[in-house]
Each structure stands twice: as structure tokens, then as C-alpha cells.
Design a protein around this ligand. Structure first.
Ligand code: NAD
Length: 486
């Protein structure tokens, strides 16, 4: 749809506004980043990284095998005492340098993030990349103040951290993992997700440019088997994992009895709760941001929309009207609101759950929009008449699909919001501050937003309850998982 009419009667014509990829310095082929340089794999393979919006190959990337992983862990072990022996001030300078270099290459990183992962350039440019830099800045500031972050206790680093990240925020998740680990004096072996390794490899180039000592950071792309091998390496002290609950449980079982510290940031089915006294137009914007940001590939997406019955019809009407104005398509177009689905596998998962929603009797409405012929896409979708037991109300869809449930009283809202094995995040929309505090304190969720959604800040802790995992990332709380305090 190229023409939109607003309430004022003004007609807007959107001309394409594509961001150019011409300035991107993408290599044809990437090795593994270990011991301070890009190296050919010893026993790994080479796999193409695909643009999900075009199905074209962007670059060939080495995936690490067991011998490569062993080598990276050995190099991280060798580098760790020297890194920990630097004063916090000196370690902080390296982190500052990395943050500045991310800013210098911000435009390039944003384009590559959108090409490799499918997210709209507006998001990678305005959210992912600036927040990644902000995390390095934030933890650079902590590096010489570590004991203040843990109540004045004496601290030492854990040692070698194995870190595994998913594909939905590839650069940002790498920053969430690496910045606190390095600030605390640990060395790190990071495994990016199989479908989105490119910005992590750019970060490897940035580590080189910052003259980070060899072995302090290794970046080993690979798939699930690479991750499984990495967490089973005997000589690691810490595992930090962000990904699905199923894999998190598998890692927890693998580490049982080994004395390896573990942080798990897992899935979610977060409730976005709209009370009748909320500013409804504002709430509708928050609902859209909560579920359609990054195509809904967000662990804390507001995928369970709980609306007070008295305003349900009004809110659903406004939401449906707003959804019709979302622009779906080319991730590199600056007008795009909803980009490509990250992979064919993820599209299949979304389609399967949406079909289950229809079979179980919920009412589906998907926005009618022209989707590109190539690539993987899913139109923004809303389900109404959803029962709490329906799969679409229980399971993480991880796509641009929102399931609407209603409630009558505050107590019912809290009960329904907490009726989930997950507990990652929640949103509360109300004009009454006292109600917001009362509801927030009753919700089992690591993050609760009031009259906003999907708002992130490096100084704020993020993490889950129940099957959404344990441990916190961000702020001083994010130091604890990387320190031994006495
Ligand atoms: P996933 O668990 O399949 O994969 C995540 C990462 O783990 C990838 O790098 C993958 O290669 C690796 N992996 C896969 N199998 C492994 C194994 N057996 N051992 C070790 N590593 C393994 O998840 P995904 O589908 O890539 O990501 C989506 C999931 O991540 C969603 O459930 C989402 O909610 C969650 N997520 C959580 C947060 C958070 O902060 N809580 C943030 C982003 C994503």
C-alpha cells in the first residue's frame, strides 16, 4: 500500500527511502576470530550467511569444530591472568575504545544487522547499534568500581566465560555479554547464532582495531552443536546463555555438578495489560511497539495482550486500524515498520502456531499487504476470542502475532498475567500511579514497564523469573554473574 489517508484527510505518498549498502565493508569469507586474528577452522566447516529478505548469500562464514573450540578456550585461559591483572581503569579504556569504534562504524553495523537478520534499518540504526555502544560505555565506567557494584565486597573475576547468543539482536546481545564479562576481568569465547554471525564478526574487527590483547575475546560462529560442545568444554568457569528455554534446560543439565557459574536468559510470553483508565491511543502505540518491533522476534515481546473488558472493543478497533498502517517489506527502507522473518525455519514455526490458533477456535485477522516475492515474510496478525489454554496464549510464537485476552477486575488481570510458565516482562497501561505500583509488585516478571514497552537502558537490569531464566544483565546487577565476591 503506497498511499495512506490520515484522520486529517491529508494523503501521504511514501516514496521508497532505501539505505544504501554501498559503504559496507563485507568480506566474501570470514574465518574464526581467535588468538587476536581471523583464522581458518581446524575441523570446522564453512556456511553461507543468507539475507532473509532476498535469500541471497551475504558472505561465507566459518563454523567452529571441537578442535577450534578447544583452541579458543585455551587461548582465553592463557590471556585471562594478564587481562585480570590490568587495573580496572586500563580495562575500562579498552571498553571505551570498543564503544567509540562501534559509534564510528554505526551506519555500517546497522546496515549489516538489517541485511543479515531482516530487521528494519530504523530499528538497527536507532536501537540495536546505539544500545550496543551504550553497553560498552556503561561497563567501561564500572571497570574500576567493581566492588561498589556488589555492596563494597572484595571481588575477583570468574575466569573464562563461554557465551552463546540468539539471532534476534545479534550485536546487542554480544554487547550485553561481552561488556560486563570484560569489565570484570574475565576473558570470553562468544558464539553468535547460526543465521546472524556477521555483526559479531564486525565486532571482532573492532576488537582488533581497539588492540584488545589476543585471546581476551574469541568469536566462534557455529550452530547448536558448536554451542553444545562449547558449554561442555572442561576448562570454562562461566556460561552465559540467551536463547530458548528448551536449550537453556539442556545446558543447565549439562553443567549440573560441574561448579560452572550459569546465567540463563530464556523465552517469554509477556503480558501487556491495558486498563480502562489508560490513555488508549498511547496504549495502542505501546501495543504495536510491544509486539511488532523486530517482527515480534523479541524475548520480552508483549505477545499476550490483556485488555479490560469495558474497553476491549475500542482498543481492538484502534489497534486493527493502526496495524493496517504498518509498512511491511524491505528492511533497508527507512519507512519500513516490519521487516523479514529471520529464517525459513522461524517462518515455519510461526505458521504452525498460527494454524494451531485457528484450529483451536480463536479468530485470526492478518493485515492485507503486498509481501515481496522472495525472502521470508509474515503479515502482522491479531487473534481475538483467545482462551487461556490455547497454544497461542501459552507458547512463544516469536513472530508478529498478538493474542488478545480480556479481564474484568484488577485481580483477574494479575492472575491471568501470571498464568504462564514464563516471567520475563510485562507492561501496565493506566493513568493511576497507585494501581500501576500495586499491579507491578504482584506480577511475576523481571521487567515491568508502565505506560511504555520495550524500553531498554544499559543501567537497568534485565532478566527473568520462572522458565524465563535467572541472572541479570545490565546495570550493576549485571556485574554479579561475572564476579566472585567475598
Ligand atoms: P535457540 O535456543 O535455538 O538458540 C540460541 C543460541 O543457542 C544459538 O546461538 C544456537 O546456535 C545455540 N544453541 C542451540 N542449541 C544449543 C545447544 N544444545 N547447546 C548450546 N547452544 C545451543 O534459540 P533461538 O531460536 O535462536 O532464539 C530465540 C529464543 O531466544 C527465544 O526463545 C527467545 O525468547 C530467546 N531470547 C531470550 C532473551 C532474553 O534475554 N531472555 C533475549 C533474546 C532471545
Amino acid at each position: 500500500m503506497s498511499t495512506q489517508e490520515t484522520r486529517t484527510g491529508i494523503v501521504w505518498d511514501y516514496a521508497p527511502a532505501p539505505e544504501s549498502p554501498d559503504h559496507v565493508r563485507l568480506r566474501d569469507s570470514y574465518g574464526l576470530f581467535l588468538d587476536g586474528d581471523f583464522r581458518d577452522p581446524i575441523d570446522g566447516t564453512r556456511v553461507p550467511s543468507i539475507n532473509p529478505a532476498t535469500e541471497e548469500t551475504l558472505a561465507e562464514v566459518a563454523f567452529a569444530g571441537p578442535a577450534d573450540i578447544r583452541r579458543a578456550v585455551e587461548s582465553a585461559r592463557a590471556a585471562q591472568p594478564g587481562w585480570a591483572a590490568l587495573s580496572g581503569l586500563e580495562r575500562g579504556k579498552y571498553l571505551f575504545r570498543i564503544a567509540r569504534l562501534i559509534q564510528e562504524r554505526a551506519r555500517e553495523l546497522a546496515v549489516v544487522e538489517s541485511m543479515d537478520g531482516g530487521k528494519p534499518i530504523r530499528e538497527s540504526r536507532d536501537v540495536d547499534v546505539p544500545l550496543a555502544a551504550a553497553h560498552f560505555f556503561h561497563y567501561a565506567g564500572w571497570a574500576d568500581k567493581l566492588s561498589y557494584g556488589v555492596g563494597g565486597r572484595k571481588v575477583e573475576p570468574l575466569g573464562v566465560a563461554a557465551q552463546i547468543v540468539p539471532w534476534n539482536f545479534p550485536l546487542l546481545m554480544a554487547a550485553w555479554k561481552l561488556a560486563p564479562a570484560l569489565a570484570c576481568g574475565n576473558t570470553a569465547v562468544l558464539k553468535p547464532a547460526e543465521t546472524t554471525p556477521l555483526t559479531a564478526l564486525f565486532l571482532a574487527e573492532i576488537c582488533q582495531e581497539a588492540e584488545l590483547p589476543p585471546g581476551v575475546v574469541s568469536i566462534l560462529p557455529g550452530d547448536g552443536s558448536t554451542g553444545a560442545t562449547l558449554v561442555r568444554e572442561p576448562d570454562i568457569d562461566k556460561v552465559a546463555f540467551t536463547g530458548s528455554t528448551a536449550v537453556g534446560k539442556n545446558i543447565q543439565a549439562a553443567l549440573a555438578g560441574r561448579g560452572v557459574s550459569l546465567t540463563l536468559e530464556l523465552g517469554g510470553k509477556s503480558a501487556n495489560v491495558i486498563f480502562e483508565d489508560a490513555a488508549l491511543d498511547q496504549a495502542v502505540e505501546g501495543i504495536v511497539n510491544g509486539i511488532f518491533f523486530n517482527q515480534g522476534h523479541v524475548c520480552c515481546a508483549g505477545s499476550r495482550l490483556l485488555i479490560q473488558e469495558s474497553v476491549a472493543d475500542v482498543v481492538i478497533g484502534k489497534l486493527w486500524e493502526r496495524m493496517g498502517r504498518l509498512r511491511v517489506g524491505d528492511p533497508l527502507d527507512k519507512n519500513t515498520d516490519v521487516g523479514a522473518i529471520n529464517s525459513r525455519e522461524q517462518l515455519t514455526r510461526i505458521e504452525e502456531l498460527v494454524a494451531a490458533g485457528e484450529e483451536e477456535g480463536a479468530v485470526r485477522r492478518s493485515v492485507a499487504c503486498e509481501l515481496p516475492e522472495r525472502g521470508w515474510w509474515f503479515a502482522p496478525t491479531i487473534f481475538t476470542d483467545v482462551a487461556p489454554a490455547h497454544r497461542i496464549a501459552v507458547e512463544e510464537i516469536f513472530g508478529p502475532v498478538v493474542s488478545v485476552l480480556t479481564f474484568r477486575t484488577q485481580a483477574e488481570a494479575i492472575e491471568k498475567a501470571n498464568n504462564s510458565p514464563y516471567g520475563l516482562a510485562a507492561g501496565i497501561w493506566t493513568d493511576k500511579g497507585s494501581k500501576a505500583f500495586e499491579v507491578a509488585s504482584a506480577l511475576q516478571a523481571g521487567v515491568v514497564w508502565q505506560n511504555t514497552y520495550n524500553h531498554f537502558d544499559p543501567s537497568a537490569a534485565f532478566g527473568g523469573y520462572k522458565e524465563s531464566g535467572f541472572g541479570r544483565e545490565g546495570g550493576p546487577a549485571g556485574l554479579r554473574p561475572y564476579l566472585r565476591a567475598s
